[in-house]
Write a protein that binds this ligand. Structure first.
Ligand SMILES: Nc1ncnc2c1ncn2[C@@H]1O[C@H](COP(=O)(O)OP(=O)(O)OP(=O)(O)O)[C@@H](O)[C@H]1O
Length: 481
C-alpha cells in the first residue's frame, strides 16, 4: 500500500447514460478468437447470481455466521475438468454463496452451460466437488485473532491479514474497518465482494468467500505471497525484474483485464489498474487485485459508456474520463498504458521529487521514445541487449497507443494482448539467435514460461497488428492534467 493514498474521488456523479456504441466489442466476436488462452477463459458464459440474489446471500451468511470457502489450494482434476467443460454456474442457497470451484458439501444444485450452450443441472454430489464450510471462529483462528503480526497490508477500506487454514492453505483476509460509517468505503467494500464473486481467472486474485456479520465484514481471497509489482519495481522485493519477466507480467495483466472486459458474464471495468494492485506469485505470475472501484459495464450492448463519478489513482486515470465523466473499458486501457510505461522505466507514474519536466513519467518516457532514445528511459536495473531494447521499444510503442488522449484511438485489451504476444515471440527469436545455447537457468525459466503459456503460444500467432506498424507515424500528445 502506498503510504499516502493518491486515489481521489469527485462528487459530481451524473445519471447513468447509455448510448449506442459501435465501439464495444461483441461477446461473439471475442469468443471467436482462436488465439486466446481458452483454459484461463473457461468461465466465459458463466451465470452468477444477480446483485439482489447476492445481497440476499450476504444477509443469509450473516444470519448463519457461516462462510463457504473454496479450497484455496491448486485446482483439483475435477475442478480443472469443470473449467474445461465451462461449468461455471452455482445456485445460491438462501444462506450462502459458494463458488462453483469445489463444493462437495454445498446443498445447492448448480447449472452449467455446456460446450454447446446446453443448460444442465447437476447436484454437487454428482460431481464430487469439494467445499469446506468455515465458521467465523476458524477465520479468527487462521489469522491468530486478527493479530497485528499477521497484517500484510493496509488498504483504504481496512486491513489485510495473512491466515492459514486447517489444511495449511494460506489465505488473505480483508477486514473492513469496523463501524464503517463512511458510506463510500462501505460501498467500496461491498463492491469488491460483489465483483470478486462474479469473476474467476488465473490472473485475478481468487475469491474464496466472504462474511458479513454485524459490523464484521471479511473478504477471503487466495494469498499471493510475493508482494506487489510496485515493490519489485522499487527494488524493495525480489532480485530485480528483467525485461522478459516484465513482459510476462504485462501479458498476465492484459489477460486479466481482457477477461474482465470481454469474457466475464457482464463486462467489468476495473478502474484501478496500477502496479500496487498487481500481486506476484513466487514464480512471478501476476494477479490483479483490489476490485473496490470496479464497475459493471453497461447492460445495453449498444451503450458507449457509463457516466459516473471519477474514481481511480492519480497518474493512472484516463483524461477523457476525467473530462467527460464517461467511463468505458478504454479507461482501463489507458491505465494499462501507464502500467506498461512503469514496467519499462521502473518509475512511478508521478515522480514528485523530480524536476517538473521529468515528473510525469509517461510524458517524459514518450518524449524519449519520440526522439528515438527509448533506451534512455529504460529502467537502469534491466540488462541491456538488442532483444531487450527491441522489446522495450515495442512495449513503449504499445503504451503510447494505450495512452492516446481519446478512447477511440486506443486499442482494446484484446488487441494489446495480441501485440504483446508478438513482442514476446520476437524477443524470444532474437534471444535465440543471439545465444542459441542458453544457460541452464535461462532454459529452466524459458521452459517454465513456455509450459505456462502453451495454449496461446501454440495457437496461431496473430498477424502483426496494424497498431504496431502505424505507431511511429503518429504524433500524439499525452494530456496528463
Ligand atoms: N491476496 C493477497 N495476498 C497477499 N497480499 C495481499 C493480498 N491482498 C492484498 N494484499 C496486501 O494488502 C495490501 C492492501 O490490499 P488492497 O489494495 O486490496 O486493499 P484496499 O483496501 O483495497 O487498498 P486500496 O486503498 O489501495 O484500495 C496490498 O497492497 C497487498 O500488499
Amino acid at each position: 500500500m502506498p503510504q499516502s493514498d493518491p486515489r481521489f474521488f469527485t462528487s459530481s456523479s451524473r445519471k447513468h447514460d447509455f448510448r449506442g456504441s459501435p465501439g464495444l466489442t461483441s461477446q461473439s466476436d471475442i469468443s471467436q478468437s482462436s488465439n486466446y488462452n481458452k483454459r484461463s477463459l473457461s468461465t466465459s458464459g458463466k451465470k452468477f447470481p444477480s446483485t439482489k440474489a447476492f445481497q440476499n446471500s450476504v444477509r443469509g451468511a450473516a444470519r448463519t455466521f457461516i462462510m463457504w470457502l473454496v479450497p484455496a489450494c491448486g485446482k483439483s482434476g475435477e475442478e480443472a475438468a469443470l473449467h474445461d467443460l465451462n461449468i461455471p454456474e452455482n445456485d445460491v442457497s438462501s444462506t450462502s454463496i459458494s463458488r462453483i470451484s469445489g463444493s462437495r458439501s454445498s446443498p445447492a444444485n448448480f447449472h452449467y452451460s455446456g460446450p454447446y450452450g446446453t443448460k444442465t443441472s447437476y447436484s454437487t454430489s454428482d460431481l464430487s466437488q469439494e467445499t469446506t464450510t468455515f465458521s467465523i471462529a476458524e477465520i479468527y483462528k487462521a489469522t491468530g485473532n486478527f493479530s497485528a503480526d499477521n497484517i500484510i497490508g493496509q488498504g483504504g477500506t481496512g486491513q489485510v491479514y495473512k491466515g492459514k487454514l486447517r489444511d495449511g492453505t494460506l489465505i488473505a483476509v480483508k477486514r473492513a474497518k469496523r463501524n464503517m460509517s463512511d458510506k463510500r468505503l462501505s460501498k467500496e467494500f461491498k463492491n469488491e465482494m460483489q465483483t470478486l464473486s462474479k469473476v474467476e481467472h488465473l490472473n485475478l486474485v481468487r475469491f474464496l468467500g466472504f462474511l458479513e456479520q454485524g459490523d464484521e465484514r471479511l473478504i477471503v481471497v487466495e494469498y499471493v505471497g510475493n508482494g506487489t509489482l510496485r515493490e519489485h519495481l522499487d527494488g524493495s522485493r525480489g532480485n530485480g525484474l528483467e525485461i522478459a519477466q516484465r513482459l510476462e507480467i504485462a501479458i498476465d495483466v492484459c489477460h486479466a483485464i481482457t477477461y474482465l472486459h470481454a469474457y466475464s458474464d457482464h463486462p467489468i471495468i476495473h478502474r484501478d489498474i496500477k502496479a500496487s494492485n498487481i500481486l506476484l506469485t513466487e514464480t512471478l505470475r501476476a494477479k490483479v487485485a483490489d476490485f473496490g472501484f470496479a464497475r459493471l459495464g453497461p447492460e445495453d450492448p449498444d451503450a458507449t459508456h457509463i457516466s459516473t463519478q471519477i474514481k481511480g489513482t492519480a497518474g493512472y486515470v484516463d483524461p477523457e474520463y476525467l473530462r467527460t465523466y464517461q467511463l468505458t473499458e478504454k479507461s482501463d486501457v489507458y491505465s494499462f498504458g501507464v502500467l506498461l510505461v512503469e514496467l519499462v522505466t521502473g518509475r512511478h507514474p508521478i515522480e514528485r521529487h523530480r524536476d517538473l519536466k521529468d515528473r510525469f513519467t509517461t510524458r517524459w518516457a514518450l518524449q524519449k521514445f519520440k526522439q528515438g532514445d527509448t533506451v534512455l528511459a529504460m529502467d537502469p536495473r534491466m540488462r541491456r541487449n538488442p532483444a531487450a531494447i527491441m522489446a522495450v521499444e515495442k512495449m513503449m510503442a504499445l503504451g503510447r497507443e494505450c495512452l492516446a488522449p481519446t478512447r477511440k484511438a486506443r486499442p482494446s485489451m484484446k488487441q494489446c494482448g495480441e501485440i504483446l504476444w508478438r513482442i514476446r515471440k520476437d524477443y524470444r527469436e532474437m534471444q535465440m539467435k543471439a545465444s542459441p545455447s542458453p544457460s541452464p537457468s535461462a532454459t529452466a525459466s524459458a521452459s517454465a514460461s513456455a509450459s505456462h503459456w502453451a495454449t496461446p503460444q501454440q495457437s496461431t500467432h496473430p498477424p502483426q497488428s496494424p497498431l504496431i506498424s502505424s505507431i511511429n507515424k503518429k504524433n500524439q500528445t499525452i494530456n496528463l492534467s
